[in-house]
Design a protein around this ligand. Structure first.
Ligand code: ZN
Length: 404
């Protein structure tokens, strides 16, 4: 009897092990589907609990957009998405073989796949696979049928797009990376103040003070784009922020105006259209330095323009604006602001597609009083202290907010 029991137990154990081995090794699940329609385009976003392999392509007779996925389950509930559209139509989910699943959209119109990319988790979102399709001619559709458009290799290659989406940072306790950029430097003095002080020296002193105070907080990794009096082209400043994988980029400046009464602090975020003539002129002044150095920063504008419409860029802009709001709230308590404090302009230095960035004009060096203040260490300490509060507030807000 004992022997029978042990044989039975052995068999049961074997059966259990066998079943476990046969279970498809699903790492996670596609849990949701959202569809956003533009005039002639659609963005399809799948929410997933983990990264997975995917292959996106078109099939004809009838016209279909197909997403084959591997290593993930697909919740049938995505077939009931409430998002309506008249381009990609309705969705169906089926099993191909083994661990492979097929998601099929019955196309209402001929389309081409513009891009497909995986977004790593951030804010309240988990993994997302985004697919952009554009309405196309029958001919264009036919020429693309069957071509594997976007194949991911899973975690090793998270994205087929050239833009790294805002990086994953599941762990809210991880040290945030802040890159502080002291405007100008070297042969480029920046604005020259009322009594002849150079903007490049004020920005460097302010950047070092801000780094000192941020380091003391103990929850940031802080880098300066320059810590000495050297010239760095604007696009290299952007590269430095990206290289460090920055969560936030702050470029420090001090303005100058022919009107010596002009005063106050303002904060800028990127926009292709400046909020007013003054903002436009300022961006022109600040951007000019690269051309002076013989480097045309507009060379990269095509790449940047491609990026501007991307999801990552939109998120970055929203975040930049959010940070600008924090700056305004905190600075207001201790410093004079100009009336419309948060402004927009096409600053080259703010064009990192995936790093929330602001440019802070700390005041007017052309104004006698503000120049005097900005030269004072105590005033720069006060400015930095407000900036630290704004940075703390921003990252605190980001924990609870998602902007896409
Ligand atoms: Zn400047």
């Amino acid at each position: 009897m004992k022997r029978l029991i042990s044989t039975f137990c052995g068999l049961a154990l074997f059966a259990i092990l066998y079943c476990i081995m046969c279970l498809p090794a699903f790492a996670g699940e596609i849990t949701g589907l959202r569809i956003g329609q533009g005039a002639d385009s659609v963005r399809v976003v799948f929410d997933a609990s983990s990264d997975f392999h995917y292959n996106v392509f078109l099939l004809d007779n009838p016209k279909r957009l197909v997403i084959d996925v591997d290593g993930t389950n697909v919740a049938r509930s995505i077939e009931n998405t409430k998002d309506k559209n008249n381009i990609v139509g309705r969705v169906r989910v089926g099993t191909l073989d083994g661990t492979k699943k097929r998601i099929v959209f019955d196309l209402q119109k001929p389309v081409t796949i513009k891009k497909a990319f995986m977004l790593a988790p951030q804010s309240n979102f988990n993994w997302r696979l985004a697919i952009d399709v554009n309405v196309a001619s029958e001919r264009d559709f036919a020429s693309k049928v069957g071509q594997g458009h976007a194949v991911s290799n899973g975690t090793k290659n998270k994205s087929t797009s050239s833009v790294t989406p805002i990086k994953a940072n599941n762990n809210n306790n991880a040290k945030k990376i802040v890159v502080i950029d002291a405007g100008h430097g070297g042969h480029d003095p920046g604005a020259i103040g009322y009594s002849g002080v150079y903007e490049k020296n004020i920005t460097l002193a302010a950047a070092k003070e801000l780094k000192r105070q941020l380091d003391k907080e103990g929850k940031y990794k802080v880098f300066l784009t320059r810590s000495t009096d050297i010239f760095i082209p604007l696009r290299d400043r952007v590269k430095i922020a990206r290289k460090h994988n920055a969560d936030l980029f702050i470029s420090l400046h001090a303005d100058s105006a022919t009107n010596r009464n002009a005063k106050g602090l303002s904060v800028y975020t990127l926009s292709e259209t400046a909020s007013d003539k003054e903002a436009e002129a300022l961006a022109e002044r600040e951007n000019k330095v690269d051309i002076i150095a013989g480097v045309n920063m507009f060379e990269q504008s095509k790449e940047v323009n491609d990026v501007l419409i991307s999801l990552a860029q939109r998120e970055t802009r929203n975040r930049s604006s959010e940070f600008a709001r924090c700056i305004e709230l905190e600075m207001r308590k201790s410093v004079r602001l100009i009336s419309d404090t948060h402004r927009f302009a096409g600053f080259a230095v703010l064009k990192a597609p995936d790093v929330p960035s602001v440019l802070l004009e700390m005041g007017y060096l052309s104004n006698k009083n503000e120049e005097r203040l900005l030269r004072q260490e105590s005033y720069r300490r006060k400015l930095a202290s407000s900036a630290v509060k704004a940075i703390n507030r921003y990252f605190e807000d980001m924990k609870h907010k998602s902007l896409f």
